[in-house]
Design a protein around this ligand. Structure first.
Ligand code: CS2
Ligand code: MG
Length: 404
């Protein structure tokens, strides 16, 4: 089964998505998500100029060989652009294998190890009243796990909040240049326990509570935050410090029992090796689309299983429905699954991507369609041309750059 075409589709139905479509001489095609938020066209060029021409004529069934060929053969290894491009190829080949064999991808991975995939939704608010109302909304929808973010008093803007008027999805990317946000750690450290107290006081402890710190603290500040949140029995705090400094997590670990999740910005097993083997985190957040696809993410999850680290993959709205479906297939099969982020996709993304995954009672299922179970409508995609959209940048009050 030879690859005869590899095409890159760039569309912006609400936000930018890059989709790789691989076609074989048997008439099958498969999809992979190649979206790298804010740097989309770098992956497009990497695929179109360097990867797609090399795929033509290769056997689509040799997924492991194609992966090794693209990873080892490039000489320049890892990095978000390379690993997102490889991920797209990998997912498209799993999709093709599923369609050719008539099996959903989770069956090809050894079959389901659970009935459904626990997901967390995103509640937020400009005030604590708005936040706790939003938590009520998610509980009514059936969510069993909810991430909470609220505007920090005294700051003009806070990350992780719904944009007013866009519905219940957190959509930070906007505009032809990044907006400037201003951050002040003391204000946040004072406010965070008040936020969790308000949520637990109104809604109790009958659901999992999550929070994203978005890489903004020093290790000691993160340790202080973890301790101050212990009474609220967090499911996790996410990205307390910049994730690339793996040793920093030792300090956090020594001081708090609040569980730690990190890894959405990682792109290979090497980025989380220390964190996993030293048990410095509880959840690894690497995703299918930024970490080399199903083939490589499986290896990370297997390593994590050895050390009692559970999975909690990134599933923001800037990952397309194609990689979200791939995540659900993999999540269903891994023994050490923990939770899956589910931000959802705003319309008109639904015009471009037809999905077969479902949500019920807090759990998602990928469905039994052959392959990944997602199709792209290329005519609809053409109606939404690429437009630059950037995440904000973050500065301190003195104007210096901080982590976003
Ligand atoms: C966030 C993301 O989902 C999350 O946990 O950290 O929204 C992240 O900011 C974006 O995916 C970056 O592209
Ligand atoms: Mg995050």
């Amino acid at each position: 089964m030879k690859i005869v075409a590899a095409d890159v589709i760039v569309a912006s139905p609400g936000r930018n998505y890059v989709t790789l479509k691989i076609t074989t001489d048997s008439g099958s095609h498969g999809l992979g998500d190649a979206t790298l938020n804010g740097r989309e066209l770098a992956v497009v060029a990497y695929l179109r100029e360097h990867v797609c021409p090399l795929l033509i004529g290769r056997d689509a069934r040799r997924i492991n060989d194609v992966w090794q060929y693209l990873y080892r053969g490039a000489y320049w290894r890892r990095g978000p652009v390379t690993m997102t491009a490889i991920a797209a190829v990998d997912c498209a080949l799993w999709d093709i294998l599923g369609k050719e064999t008539g099996r959903p991808v989770h069956e090809l991975l050894g079959g389901a190890a659970r009935d459904g995939v626990l997901v967390y939704g995103h509640a937020s608010g400009q005030t604590l009243d708005e936040l706790t109302d939003d938590v009520a909304h998610y509980l009514e929808l059936g969510y069993r796990a909810i991430r909470v973010q609220a505007a920090v008093p005294g700051l003009d803007s806070t990350y992780g909040l719904h944009h007013p008027g866009t519905g219940h999805t957190y959509e930070p990317a906007d505009g032809a240049a990044p907006a400037d946000n201003v951050w002040h750690t003391p204000a946040y450290l004072d406010f965070a326990p008040q936020m969790m107290a308000a949520v637990r006081e109104r809604h109790g402890y009958g659901f999992h509570l999550l929070h994203d710190v978005h890489h903004r603290l020093s290790p000691l500040e993160a340790a202080q935050l973890g301790k101050s949140l212990e009474p609220y029995r967090m499911f996790w705090i996410e990205d307390p410090t910049p994730a690339e400094d793996q040793e920093a997590f030792r300090t956090i670990r020594q001081h708090t029992t609040t569980p730690i999740a990190t890894g959405e910005v990682f792109n290979s097993i090497w980025d989380c090796q220390t964190l996993i083997t030293e048990r410095l985190i509880d959840y690894i957040r690497t995703s299918v689309s930024h970490t080399g696809g199903i083939t490589h993410l499986r290896k990370i999850f297997d390593l994590a299983a050895l050390y009692g680290v559970r999975t909690g993959s990134h599933g923001a709205g800037d990952l397309s429905p194609v990689s979200f479906a791939a995540a659900l297939h993999l999540d269903l099969t891994v023994p050490n699954f923990g939770i899956q982020e589910y931000m959802g996709h705003l319309d008109p993304a639904g015009e471009v991507f037809r999905t077969s995954y479902t949500f019920q009672d807090g759990y998602m299922r990928p469905g039994d369609a052959p392959g990944l179970g997602v199709e792209i409508d290329e005519e609809a995609a053409a109606r939404y041309p690429y437009s630059p959209k950037y995440l904000p940048v973050n500065r301190l009050r003195d104007g210096s750059m901080h982590d976003w």
